[in-house]
Unconditional design. Structure first.
Ligand SMILES: *[C@@H]1O[C@H](CO)[C@@H](O)[C@H](O)[C@H]1NC(C)=O
Ligand SMILES: *[C@@H]1O[C@H](CO)[C@@H](O)[C@H](O)[C@H]1NC(C)=O
Ligand SMILES: *[C@@H]1O[C@H](CO)[C@@H](O)[C@H](O)[C@H]1NC(C)=O
Ligand SMILES: *[C@@H]1O[C@H](CO)[C@@H](O)[C@H](O)[C@H]1NC(C)=O
Length: 570
């Protein structure tokens, strides 16, 4: 294998390597019984028929386990608490004594679950992982309205939920969370909560909530139609927060409690937030070419799907299911005069999940073609995911319809990107309680995985493997460079190598909170041995661009991503 560019035959170590950490060998988690037949649009593999609960909320943790939970107040789940334990809660709406679990920990490599214990109701809540890798979960319903809970991942089977004694300053039901550059987490909105607050709460933090007029203004007044719950939050590289609700969006300075600018209204009549639930992503922040100058990368936000006003009362009162939105808006929020550019999805969709793939493309999956979010409010599940290629110059070639699942994943379903590049998909319970007999959309307790096309075995020789990362304690200091050794059977081109640093999302209600992807600047690629390459790259410049925490690093070669290695940006 020869390099086209002669100067790349030589490379230098950019700094003294203090430690070398070996990456554990990749463990295969794909059940071998299922053979992929049509991989042109990816394929689906069932993982678990039942994990005992319905995957309403999901978060991948730094130790390759996924915390999953639904709610405590709707009777027994289909998985028991361990060792005959029971939960005694005189305030629970359904059962004062409950010996079943409402949260599980899914082990990706073993494809197994362990029941966990939540004490109070986590229904329609929010969460974020803090910079140390602990999940900070906020709010819920009823006895859980203003609860704060934590879950710290562990390497044995001993860790469980902890309920904190200090409450939130407001009830948070249908709120959204964002991790901030200073390490705090901002919790925005919720039903009848036109305000935001910061966590953690500790002895030094007695501050309450801050009134936020935008949330009152974006609430619709039709019956049951709020259309601004679970607002979309994206931390921008200038340190301000992009906040979208209903059809409007602002750039918000949360330090001074001040709207810095208001963006144009997203064109079209559709509403984009619960119950007219759409979704949103911050498109990958591309740090290539920025060097270590204090410049910001451009930032673009995309919002897709949703429902027309009136869809909710039509579904509830008349059992008429209005066709969902087909439109997406894309806006370069860092422009001086930003404007929405509209795109048309090949399939209408309400309750879409939007996830960033390591390739920089967006996958849109789950949801329905008709109706809205809420109980019994949607029909016609959108079984085919669609891929969106943000960098495709031909506007007509940006969307591609992918192979369908067989399982409806509508209200109360979720999806997350796994470190191995698959998408973990679960849930859907569009009913007031567990209802396994409902037809045609029973409560679903299963988990399945979507394998994007890039996981096709025919790309094996192009797929990079990260052998080792040369960074002390797998830690990436701001502005620093780092190197890694990558093995590769068939080398395509130096320019075909890129690095994607991805913050895993907390996904619920079709919004992947804190999802973030950085395309790191590759400084040098050099061959060190046959089929072995050294890649040197620059880490993220500031906490505004990448808040401190655990990220998944994927090496992408010729469009084919490696398995990720966890790195701590600090
Ligand atoms: C295979 O997938 C392609 C692309 O999604 C689709 O057009 C085709 O119909 C599929 N073929 C079969 C046999 O499912
Ligand atoms: C859950 O348990 C109930 C009662 O035992 C059973 O009828 C139902 O089939 C189970 N559902 C699933 C998805 O396992
Ligand atoms: C990032 O930017 C560089 C330089 O403009 C470009 O060549 C590359 O394709 C971009 N990568 C992605 C994933 O957008
Ligand atoms: C979905 O919406 C389309 C377009 O309005 C309509 O023709 C169709 O009947 C709806 N489907 C259902 C199942 O209500």
């Amino acid at each position: 294998m020869r390099f086209k560019n002669a100067s790349l035959r030589m490379f230098f170590f950019f700094y003294i390597i203090s430690h070398t950490f070996l990456v554990p060998p990749a463990t295969s988690s794909s059940p071998s019984s299922v053979v992929a037949t049509n991989t042109s649009g990816g394929h689906w593999i069932p993982l678990q028929r039942s994990i005992g609960i319905s995957a309403m909320h999901m978060q991948v943790m730094k130790n390759n386990k996924v915390i999953i939970f639904d709610r405590t107040n709707f009777g027994p789940s289909n998985i028991s608490l361990p060792n005959g334990h029971c939960r005694y809660n005189p305030r629970d709406m359904a059962m004062k004594v409950d010996c079943t679990a409402h949260s599980v920990l899914y082990d990706i490599a073993c494809n197994s679950v362990r029941p966990l214990t939540v004490q109070t109701d986590t229904w329609c809540s929010s969460a974020a992982v803090d910079s140390s890798g602990t999940l900070i979960q906020t709010g819920g319903f009823s006895d859980g309205y203003n609860k704060l809970r934590t879950f710290t991942p562990c390497d044995d089977d001993r860790c469980d939920w902890i309920e904190l004694s200090v409450p939130l300053s407001n009830n948070r039901w249908y709120a959204s969370n964002q991790i901030l550059p200073d390490g705090r987490i901002m919790v925005v909105g919720g039903r009848s909560a036109f305000n935001y607050e910061f966590v953690p709460k500790n002895s030094g933090n007695h501050e309450g909530s801050y009134y936020f007029k935008f949330l009152r203004e974006t609430k619709d007044s039709g019956p049951g139609e709020e259309n601004n719950l679970y607002p979309f939050l994206h931390l921008l590289p200038d340190g301000n927060l992009f906040i979208f609700a209903n059809r409007r969006s602002v750039l918000f300075d949360y330090i001074r409690n001040r709207v810095v600018r208001e963006y144009p209204v997203l064109p079209g009549d559709e509403r984009r937030n619960y119950p007219s639930t759409g979704s949103s992503v911050l498109l990958p922040l591309n740090l290539t070419g920025l060097g270590n100058k204090a410049r910001f990368p451009d930032a673009e936000v995309m919002v897709c799907g949703g429902a027309l006003p009136g869809s909710f009362p039509m579904a509830v009162e008349k059992r008429v299911y209005v066709e969902a939105s087909r439109s997406c808006g894309r806006i370069r929020v860092t422009d001086s005069n930003p404007q929405w550019v509209m795109e048309v999805m090949p399939i209408p969709r309400v309750m879409p999940d939007m996830l960033l793939l390591p390739t920089g493309n967006v996958i849109i999956l789950n949801g329905a073609r008709n109706g809205t979010a809420g109980w019994e409010n949607a029909v016609n599940p959108a079984l085919n995911p669609v891929l969106y290629k943000p960098n495709e110059p031909d506007r007509n070639a940006r969307f591609k319809v992918l192979n369908p699942t067989k399982t409806a994943r509508m209200y109360h379903s979720s999806a997350v990107l796994l470190p191995d590049g698959r998408i973990l998909v679960g849930g859907s319970n569009p009913h007031r309680l567990y209802d396994f007999k409902a037809y045609p959309y029973p409560t679903d307790l299963s988990l399945e995985a979507y394998y994007p096309n890039y996981l096709d075995p025919k790309f094996r020789s192009l797929r990079p493997t990260i052998i080792k990362i040369e960074a002390a304690n797998n830690r990436l200091p701001y502005g620093g460079t780092f190197s890694m050794t990558v093995s590769l059977q068939e080398f395509h081109s130096v320019r075909g190598i890129s690095l994607s640093l991805v913050a895993p999302s907390f996904t619920t209600h079709s919004f992947a909170m804190n999802q973030r992807m950085l395309v790191l600047e590759v400084i040098a690629v050099g061959r060190v041995a046959p089929r072995s390459y050294k890649v040197t790259a620059r880490g993220p410049p500031t906490p505004n661009v990448a808040p401190s925490g655990y990220y998944m690093l994927y090496v992408v070669h010729a469009g084919i991503p490696s398995r990720a290695v966890w790195l701590r940006v600090k």
